[in-house]
Ligand binder design. Structure first.
Ligand SMILES: Nc1ncnc2c1ncn2[C@@H]1O[C@H](COP(=O)(O)OP(=O)(O)OP(=O)(O)O)[C@@H](O)[C@H]1O
Ligand SMILES: [Mg+2]
Length: 477
């Protein structure tokens, strides 16, 4: 438990110091700012439990500062200090959301009692809003993740168990692109006892290592040319809650070691800083790469992998979730009907069969796009195969027509890769074989995570042949 903190904004140095000394004896950590600007700067790095603020300040006055603080974080109670005669100002301040006011000359005992009361009230409020939010979150924490299949339910059960625990080692969420890793991470946060605390998401792909380090761990003033102020990093911002490291496999090697230290020791050191800060944060990470294999290729640190992968939540691909695809299709149908003012009420039989047989390399995200497009093109009340603009279903059903155009993008590749006997129907207008071949090669590479041997196996060709075709089509492996 860290000491409660107070920020005192007053340009009367002696008074401010007296307040600080008195509060320190009562177990508070107090910081002093001589004017509003300095107070706002301090707020970037600290989150005081209570702020005492003089009405009359040099530069920006106390009431304006109060407004700014309320905009910045309305949950911090602010107590306005006012000299006798300016009681109107105090009343105005309370109307503007000040917690209370305190008359000058300040009675230190009274000030401390006020600080205690403000802190208790804001804690109570926070707890209340936490319980409300938690109940709301619990009510829909699983509702947000649609699916009845055993494969998905099993993972969701695990996610719920993880959420119910107050402390766990890091959790690694794996699964192909679009399987809902981000959604599950947010669900764990919402259903946990930290639901009202921060959920900070970091995309590890976004930045080069040096910038990412400052982003994650913060920096002190002057740590590098642009560091005019010190700033907290995302670890600190997530304190008390969750930090979600998305695409963690993309983190550059130099940073992986620093991340390992932070996760292991639960401390961070800002860039250019000299002290470690202890942070209470739960770590979730996600990847669609095969990190275990990357550790063998020395693309990912083994020790970090083992640290992150104590608990793995493996999201099944959509094609392994049985009729969930229909459930999700209905869900997106409703959403896009509403969005585009359409009235597509049902999915016809052949379209359902196609949805069930298509391999969904882009998983739920792809399904969402496909339904969106289909709703846009539909005119009648039913959604049919043509609207789906997907490739052919397996030959068990009477061969329906393929969309007349060959697939423009790899996302629209046929369902060949998952079927034992690939005999797609040919559309009357024919297909562009090279386009299809190229799309299949790209898909198999994607699905094998760039492993050429496995991709070649799945295509039923030798690795040399695959290499030859990669060259022929100019595909970057
Ligand atoms: N079971 C589900 N029920 C409802 N919506 C889902 C489900 N799974 C995924 N979605 C939705 O599909 C989209 C993609 O999910 P999300 O972004 O979580 O996938 P991801 O696994 O993180 O993908 P990537 O690896 O590309 O980042 C989101 O809009 C998400 O809300
Ligand atoms: Mg994601």
């Amino acid at each position: 438990m860290t000491a409660p903190s107070v920020l005192v904004v007053d340009d009367e140095r002696t008074l401010a110091r007296a307040i600080r000394a008195f509060l320190s004896e009562s177990g508070y950590e107090a910081e002093v700012a001589g004017d509003a600007e300095q107070a706002l700067r301090l707020l970037e790095t600290m989150r005081p439990d209570v702020i005492f603020c003089d009405v009359r300040l040099p530069g920006m006055d106390g009431i304006t500062l109060l407004r700014r603080i309320r905009e910045f974080d309305p949950a911090i109670p602010v107590i306005i200090m006012t000299a006798h005669g300016t009681i109107e100002g105090a009343v105005e301040a309370v109307k503007l959301g000040a917690f209370d006011y305190l008359k000058k000359p300040v009675d230190l005992e009274e000030l401390k009692l006020l600080a205690d009361r403000a802190r208790e009230t804001s804690q109570l409020k926070q707890e209340l809003s936490y319980y409300r939010r938690r109940d709301a979150a619990r009510a829909d924490s699983t509702a947000g993740v649609l699916g009845e299949s055993a494969a998905l339910r099993q993972v969701l059960d695990q996610a719920r168990q993880i959420a119910a625990l107050d402390e766990t080692p890091p959790v690694l969420i794996t699964g192909e692109t679009g399987t809902g890793k981000g959604l599950v991470a947010r669900t764990i946060h919402a259903a946990s006892s930290r639901g009202a605390k921060p959920f900070i998401e970091v995309n590890c792909t976004a930045l080069p290592a040096t910038l990412m380090e400052a982003e994650l761990f913060g920096h002190e003033r002057g740590a590098f040319t642009d560091a005019k102020e010190s700033r907290m990093g995302l670890f600190e911002a997530a304190a008390g809650g969750f930090l979600f490291l998305d695409e963690v496999g993309d983190l550059e090697l130099p940073l992986q070691g620093k991340l390992l230290k932070a996760v292991e020791e639960r401390t961070v050191r800002r860039v250019g800083g000299i002290r470690d800060r202890r942070i209470d944060v739960r770590i979730l990470a996600a990847t669609n790469r095969d990190l275990e294999r990357e550790t063998q290729r020395e693309q990912f640190r083994r020790d970090l992998y083992f640290r992150l992968a104590v608990i793995i939540l493996a999201l099944p691909p959509l094609r392994d979730r049985g009729t969930d695809v229909l459930l999700l299709a209905e869900h997106y149908l409703k959403r896009y009907n509403a969005k585009y003012g359409k009235h597509v009420r049902q999915v016809d039989q052949r379209a359902r069969e196609l949805l069930l047989s298509y391999p969904w390399p882009g998983n739920v995200r792809e399904l969402s796009h496909v339904i969106e497009r289909a709703v846009l093109w539909s005119r009648g009340p039913a959604l049919d195969v043509e609207h789906l603009s997907l490739a052919t279903p397996p030959p068990t059903t009477p061969a329906p027509e393929l969309p007349t155009a060959a697939p423009a993008a790899a996302a629209a590749t046929p369902g060949l890769l998952t079927h034992e006997t690939p005999t797609p129907g040919l559309p009357p207008s024919g297909v562009d074989l090279e386009t299809w071949e190229r799309a299949l090669i790209e898909q198999s590479l994607r699905e094998s995570g760039g492993n050429q041997t496995r991709a070649a196996q799945r295509l039923g060709i030798s690795r040399d042949t695959l290499r030859y075709r990669l060259k022929k089509y100019g595909i970057q492996a």
